[in-house]
Design a protein around this ligand. Structure first.
Ligand SMILES: *[C@@H]1O[C@H](CO)[C@@H](O)[C@H](O)[C@H]1NC(C)=O
Ligand SMILES: *[C@@H]1O[C@H](CO)[C@@H](O)[C@H](O)[C@H]1NC(C)=O
Ligand SMILES: *[C@@H]1O[C@H](CO)[C@@H](O)[C@H](O)[C@H]1NC(C)=O
Ligand SMILES: *[C@@H]1O[C@H](CO)[C@@H](O)[C@H](O)[C@H]1NC(C)=O
Ligand SMILES: *[C@@H]1O[C@H](CO)[C@@H](O)[C@H](O)[C@H]1NC(C)=O
Ligand SMILES: *[C@@H]1O[C@H](CO)[C@@H](O)[C@H](O)[C@H]1NC(C)=O
Ligand SMILES: *[C@@H]1O[C@H](CO)[C@@H](O)[C@H](O)[C@H]1NC(C)=O
Ligand SMILES: *[C@@H]1O[C@H](CO)[C@@H](O)[C@H](O)[C@H]1NC(C)=O
Length: 453
């Protein structure tokens, strides 16, 4: 009992000491690791923010600028809310020493140009909110180095050009949301867009821009629509383009595609790059169906397939036990063999409109499961043999070493050198890739620290 009371007194004392050492600015509210200074009419950051802040809310104020190392007294900062301020630009090295930051909200500010240095060092940042600013330009390197990014919101700005080429598989492996809707994009570098990782394309929002109607644009959206991406499905009516770039002649191109009837001609004759590509991976022996969906639809279509192994095929010429073809252009290979891998081409021809469109399917037939089992089995066997060899070696060497002069010391140094070299070899990239494994460690450390205080 008395011991418990004594401990309670100590706790109280440490609390008082703690709050005097780390005083909460008078305009803010400090609750455990969260500091809220929102709606406090601040024009600058409060002078002494408590260093234990993990979450800092500065939203709904009048801050116009952030200078170098603005947050370098807050090494534990993970979330920073600064929505609804008056930020027009950021100085160099604003986020020095806050590399733990994972969530940054700068939405509803007055940013105009996103400069290359703005987010430097934030390699753990997962979510970046920049919607409803005045951003007209995003410099090419702005997002580079932000290798943990999952979601970025740029909607409701005035962006006319975006550096799609800077988004690559190796630079942004986790990015699954790139919102560029309600901006002023007119023409996109379609090749760069198509080269972005599939995960990013699936989460790319481009509706309500000022796109100029043309065939390469239509073909990409048509393809995404076919794959059922939510970004297209959920905003089908907001996908608009301007005919000849005239904003008065804007159409909802996913609803009304009559304008693009001419495109299929262009896609085959003038723009071979706009062919519809797909990829199919199957195992040997599987039944494979390849459809021939293109921009053309209707009942007056005739289909021709080019098979890598046997040339041109249509519904009247194909008649065997290996392949069937349906009237909608779909072909079926009853049991795929490794030799069926290759590039398959389908041409759909609309006889009445005298237009045609092409679909390309890259088929890869993988080795049968039995063989992969065999390789697994040989690998296992190899492992066992290696293990036996290692054990034999250890046994022999320990026998040998018992006669040596300093067996234990020798072993220790080799062991420690092995460990230290493996630690040194752990490159920065590896640490980046294993962010998910780092997270629980961070949590534990945070908990420890809280107990101390
Ligand atoms: C902040 O980071 C810089 C390098 O980025 C370093 O030189 C400096 O010592 C750090 N400051 C603090 C307070 O940790
Ligand atoms: C489309 O974008 C404009 C600004 O570019 C905006 O004013 C408008 O509210 C947006 N419309 C929708 C439906 O989001
Ligand atoms: C399609 O092409 C024809 C002939 O080139 C042209 O007259 C027609 O206006 C085009 N249709 C559209 C909707 O652009
Ligand atoms: C397909 O081939 C079989 C025998 O080879 C023949 O009896 C049949 O009439 C053929 N069918 C067509 C549509 O050519
Ligand atoms: C084409 O027809 C076949 C057989 O009727 C059907 O199984 C397949 O789903 C159809 N393909 C498409 C793309 O509609
Ligand atoms: C694949 O083709 C090769 C050479 O053309 C042939 O030797 C082999 O038997 C074929 N395999 C199958 C499963 O048809
Ligand atoms: C596709 O259409 C173009 C122009 O109309 C024509 O030159 C070409 O031969 C057609 N291709 C096929 C396979 O019908
Ligand atoms: C088809 O896919 C395979 C592997 O998936 C790839 O190596 C090959 O280059 C592709 N072929 C074409 C023509 O795209």
């Amino acid at each position: 009992m008395t011991r418990g009371r004594y401990r309670g007194l100590l706790l109280l004392l440490s609390c008082v000491l703690h709050s005097s050492a780390q005083s909460c600015p008078s305009v803010c509210l400090c609750i455990s690791d969260t500091v809220s200074c929102s709606s406090s009419s601040l024009v600058k950051l409060p002078r002494s923010l408590p260093s234990f802040s993990v979450n800092l809310d500065l939203s709904h104020n009048y801050v116009t600028w952030l200078g170098p190392s603005s947050f370098n007294t807050l090494p534990r900062l993970e979330s920073l809310w600064m929505a609804h301020n008056q930020l027009g630009s950021l100085g160099y090295g604003v986020f020095n020493n806050v590399s733990r930051l994972r969530y940054l909200d700068l939405s509803s500010n007055k940013l105009q140009v996103l400069e290359q240095h703005y987010f430097q060092g934030l390699w753990r940042l997962e979510e970046l909110r920049l919607f409803n600013n005045k951003i007209a330009q995003v410099e090419p390197g702005t997002l580079s180095g932000l290798s943990s990014l999952k979601k970025v919101y740029f909607s409701f700005n005035q962006i006319t050009h975006f550096p799609f080429f800077s988004i690559q598989d190796h630079s942004h492996p986790f990015l699954s949301m790139l919102d560029l809707s309600s901006n002023r994009l007119t023409r996109l570098p379609w090749e760069d867009v198509k080269a972005m990782p599939g995960l990013v394309q699936r989460g790319l929002y481009l509706h309500n821009n000022s796109l100029i109607c043309d065939c390469s644009m239509y073909s990409l959206f048509w393809h995404w629509n076919l794959r059922g991406y939510d970004s297209i499905k959920d905003f089908a009516d907001e996908h608009i383009c301007n005919i000849h770039g005239d904003p008065r002649a804007s159409i909802r191109f996913l609803r009304n595609n009559r304008f693009f009837l001419n495109c299929s001609v262009e896609t085959t004759v003038m723009q071979p790059a706009a062919v519809f590509h797909t990829k199919v991976i199957v195992a040997e022996g599987d039944r494979v169906r390849l459809d021939c969906q293109t921009s053309l639809s209707g009942t007056d279509l005739s289909f021709t397939w080019f098979f890598p192994g046997r040339g041109f095929i249509n519904q009247t010429s194909v008649n065997d036990t290996l392949i069937s073809m349906f009237s909608n252009g779909t072909v079926e290979i009853h049991a795929a063999t490794v030799n069926d891998s290759g590039l398959y081409l389908c041409t759909a021809v609309d006889i009445k409109q005298a237009v045609n469109a092409t679909r390309e399917v890259n088929v890869t037939v993988l080795l049968p499961a039995a063989e992969s089992f065999n390789t697994g089995y040989t690998t296992l066997l190899g492992c066992i043999v290696t293990l036996v060899l290692i054990l034999t070696y250890l046994f022999l060497s320990s026998c040998h070493c018992s006669r040596c002069k300093q067996p234990a010391g020798y072993n220790n140094t080799t062991l420690s050198s092995v460990f230290s070299s493996s630690k040194r070899g752990q490159s920065r990239m590896e640490t980046l890739k294993h962010v998910t494994f780092l997270e629980p460690m961070l949590g534990e450390k945070g908990a420890e620290w809280e107990n101390e205080s």
